[in-house]
Design a protein around this ligand. Structure first.
Ligand code: HEC
Length: 241
């Protein structure tokens, strides 16, 4: 039955969908709340005739920690990850074009630009410099993350098995980006507050557990600490089969 309905729907909706130049985009609440996308998306649609529909989950495209770097907000780089499709390609190309860059930097609700199109220089600095205080990072990690993650041997018995250990995550090629943006990556947004960065939890969605409260400086410290730990030995690849 469900299949028949789905088939009918495709039959009915097919020609309309084909003409409709649109895709869905998911972006973290922290970005949406800046108002920036309300500035950006209509200008892109105006130029290209492609509509971008913001969705709360499972979009065709995602703005977040993964994909092509598209713009910077302070030290943080926002990325665009897309599926296949000409409209999403057009969006990425437009963001990276001169016109896109001017549009990004024209968003200045209080008179100063909030976002920069210059992602190149920031990325290089981000990937090379670990300026944070690793000793502070270890202490913050044990206190704030050690409830779930094995940070090191000292909290091995207190963490939750389903959360990956820091040493395991240190093996990811993009570990640094993931740690710098962990507060945007599930499951953390539901219980994490970053001072001056995240919005307070919505009143109807209070944190389900004792919240994590960190500063940008502490995130840098955590990242520096993770940079100092030995990546987990994943063993001979044959064992993975
Ligand atoms: C309440 C439990 C909990 C706490 C506290 C917590 N995490 Fe996590 N974290 C998780 C779980 C569960 C995952 C695995 C998510 C998955 O596999 O999709 C995860 C994944 C991650 C990842 C990888 C995310 C990705 O998508 O690549 C990073 C990085 C991370 N955590 C960093 C931290 C840091 C840093 C802290 C402390 C400041 C912290 N976490 C605190 C539960 C927690």
């Amino acid at each position: 039955m469900a299949r028949t309905l789905a088939f009918l729907f495709i039959l009915l909706a097919g020609p309309l969908v084909a003409q409709d130049k649109a895709f869905t985009l998911h972006a973290p609440a922290a970005l949406i709340e800046t108002g920036f996308l309300k500035h950006l998306l209509p200008r892109f649609s105006l130029k290209t005739g492609v509509r971008v529909n913001l969705v709360e989950a499972d979009g065709d495209a995602h703005i977040g920690a993964e994909g092509t770097p598209i713009f910077a907000q302070g030290d943080m780089i926002w990325h665009l990850a897309t599926g296949d499709g000409p409209h999403m390609d057009a969006f990425r190309d437009w963001l990276l074009s001169d016109v896109g860059a001017r549009t990004i930097e024209a968003f200045a609700p209080d008179g100063t630009a909030v976002f920069s199109a210059d992602v190149g220089t920031v990325i290089v600095r981000d990937q090379v410099t670990l300026s944070g205080d690793a000793a502070l990072g270890e202490a913050v990690s044990l206190k704030q993350c050690g409830r779930c993650h094995v940070v090191n041997d000292t909290n091995r018995m207190n963490a939750i098995g389903s959360s990956p250990s820091f040493a395991l995550m240190r093996t990811f090629p993009d570990w640094q980006t993931r740690f710098e943006t962990f507060f945007l990556l599930k499951p953390h947004p539901a219980f994490t507050q970053v001072e001056d960065v995240t919005e307070p939890f919505a009143e109807h969605l209070p944190s389900p557990i004792a919240p994590i409260e960190v500063t940008v400086e502490q995130i840098e410290a955590i990242t520096a600490y993770v940079g100092s730990i030995e990546p987990a030995d994943l063993g001979d690849p044959i064992q993975l089969q």
